[in-house]
Design a protein around this ligand. Structure first.
Ligand code: MG
Length: 396
């Protein structure tokens, strides 16, 4: 028998006959893999939202024939007039929100960063099921997002592989039996070497050992800040105290998440390095339709070690922001978006990233976050981060 309520205490709806999907961030890593899942499962795609990759968006529109697509104002000229008959164009952030609120069974929310918040909110306000790939929605506005979902009948399921793993391991388990959630981290490309991280280049940091992902999350994996964001995301998503969220480094990235129970048992979810599986599960849970993939080989060495927070202070800073509460996670997130962009542009050294985070975190005042103040807090933190980047100077 299958559980009727999910681990986030939401009812499972009946599976639709032919699923209608909206994909926000359709030309990014998660977006394109979502469309691969849609092709596997024969879903209908009713809406697509992208940024500036106009050629790719137009090609997706011809392949999927959605009712509505959205793109950045900058590339309207390259999209307008290129769309198939029956596909309308919406523009800019308001356009993305219009796509997010389309009538659909599932909205895959994969617009990265702080700017991904508004479309998640729009989808929840329209009462949609959101398969959430954007981490920042929970990190910056977790309680606000839950309030929107509750008020408007929206539903959330996690796409992030660790949270998808925890969701699966928690399914059917009584909440009072849960002791701790454990997220695994690959450790990134610099887990042990080089000893001195100050001179690593963007190209080295972008060479992730196990996962294929966008540039922001790949750099965040190299600093371990990605795991910090995920710890905060897990605390807000599963509504557990931060002290009950643990991180363990597992370089093989086959165990994605574990749950420790009060009786001493540990339940883990295991899978290949392929985001299409958590994407699909976030869409279809609790159903598990078959996929055209080779079975995961179980023979090999699987290792686990404690994270080194002296080497990767960004992880500890995320815990500190979560403990501080209020606006601290919003500010830390903004600081990291600025710092990673500066690192990729050659304006900041790799070891400058946590220093920018620390400088911005010091300015957090723990003020409670509301929809009306989020944007201003984010903007203020970005300004502080830019100043810290300028102060720390360029790599050369
Ligand atoms: Mg992850």
């Amino acid at each position: 028998m299958t559980a009727t309520r999910d681990p986030l205490d939401q009812p499972f709806p009946d599976a639709p006959e032919r699923r209608r999907l909206v994909v926000l961030g359709s030309t990014g890593s998660i977006g394109t893999q979502t469309l691969e899942v849609a092709a596997w499962q024969g879903y209908e795609v009713v809406g697509l939202a992208a940024g500036r990759r106009s050629d790719q968006l137009v090609a997706q529109a011809w392949r999927w024939r959605p009712r509505l697509v959205a793109c950045d104002a900058e590339v309207v000229g390259e999209v307008e007039g290129q769309l198939p008959p029956g596909t309308r164009l919406a523009v800019g952030p308001a356009g993305v929100e219009e796509v997010a609120a389309l009538e659909a069974d599932t909205v895959v929310a994969a617009v990265p960063g702080f700017r991904g918040l508004a479309p998640v909110r729009a989808a929840l306000r329209a009462g949609r099921h959101v398969a959430l790939a954007n981490k920042e929605a929970m990190v910056c506005a977790g309680p606000l997002m839950w309030a929107e979902a509750t008020a408007h009948g929206g539903r959330l399921t996690p796409v992030d592989s660790e949270h998808a793993a925890l969701y699966q391991a928690l399914l059917g388990e009584p909440p009072e039996a849960i002791e701790r959630l454990v997220l695994t981290a690959s450790g990134g490309p610099f887990r042990r070497e080089p000893a001195d991280l100050s001179a690593v280049t963007p190209a080295q940091a972008l060479a992730h050992p196990t996962w294929r992902m966008g540039p922001k999350v790949t750099i965040d994996s190299a600093t371990l800040f990605n795991k910090g964001l995920e710890v905060l995301e897990a605390a807000f998503l599963f509504r557990l105290a931060l002290a009950r969220i643990e991180v363990v480094v597992h370089p093989q990235s086959l165990v994605h998440g574990l749950v420790r129970f009060r009786d001493g048992s540990v339940k883990a979810q295991v899978g290949p390095h392929d985001m299409r599986l958590p994407i699909q599960y976030a869409i279809t849970a609790p159903a598990r339709p078959p996929v055209p993939l080779e079975p995961l080989p179980l023979v090999g060495e699987w290792t686990f070690e404690a994270p080194d927070t002296d080497r990767f202070p960004a992880l500890a800073l995320a815990y500190a922001a979560g403990e501080a509460g209020g606006d601290a996670p919003v500010r830390l997130n903004a600081a990291d978006e600025v710092a990673v962009e500066a690192f990729l542009a050659g304006r900041l050294r790799f070891d400058g990233i946590p220093r920018v985070l620390e400088a911005v975190l010091e300015t957090a005042d723990r003020a409670p976050v509301a929809w009306g103040t989020l944007g201003a807090i984010d903007g203020e933190a970005r300004a502080t981060a830019h100043a810290a980047v300028a102060r720390l100077g360029s790599p050369t």
